[in-house]
Ligand binder design. Structure first.
Ligand SMILES: [Zn+2]
Length: 113
C-alpha cells in the first residue's frame, strides 16, 4: 500500500470525523446534513490553500488559524467529540494523525524522498 500524502491524509481524517459526527448528532445516514456538508467543503477549501502543504502539522496544532471563527468553533466541536472515538473505530488513522501532529513546526520541502 502506498502511503497517502500528508494532505490526502488530513482531508480523509477530517471527512471521516465530520461524517461520524453528523451520524451521531444529526441523524444523517450516508449523506451529510447541509451544515456538515458546508463544514466539510470549507475545510477542504482551507486545506487546498494551506501554505505549508505537505510539510504541515495537523490543522489542530497549526499556528496559522485560517478558519473563520464560526467554522473554527464547529470543527473544534467535531474534533472534541469524535477525536476520542477515533482511537477505537479507526486506530490506524488516529495514530497517523497523532504522529503528524508531533511536528511542531512545518517542515521545509525535502530534497529527495
Ligand atoms: Zn450534520
Amino acid at each position: 500500500m502506498t502511503p497517502k500524502s500528508r494532505m490526502q491524509r488530513e482531508a480523509a481524517t477530517v471527512e471521516t470525523m465530520i461524517r461520524k459526527y453528523c451520524r451521531l448528532h444529526h441523524n444523517s445516514d450516508d449523506d451529510l446534513c447541509s451544515e456538515c456538508r458546508e463544514l466539510l467543503n470549507y475545510s477542504n477549501h482551507r486545506l487546498a490553500r494551506c501554505p505549508f502543504q505537505e510539510g504541515k502539522t495537523t490543522c489542530g496544532k497549526c499556528r496559522v488559524h485560517c478558519y473563520n471563527p464560526a467554522m473554527r468553533e464547529k470543527i473544534r466541536e467535531v474534533m472534541r467529540d469524535i477525536g476520542p472515538r477515533m482511537v477505537l473505530s479507526n486506530p490506524i488513522m488516529a495514530l497517523r494523525h497523532a504522529v503528524d501532529g508531533l511536528r511542531k513546526k512545518p517542515l521545509q520541502r525535502r530534497k529527495n524522498r
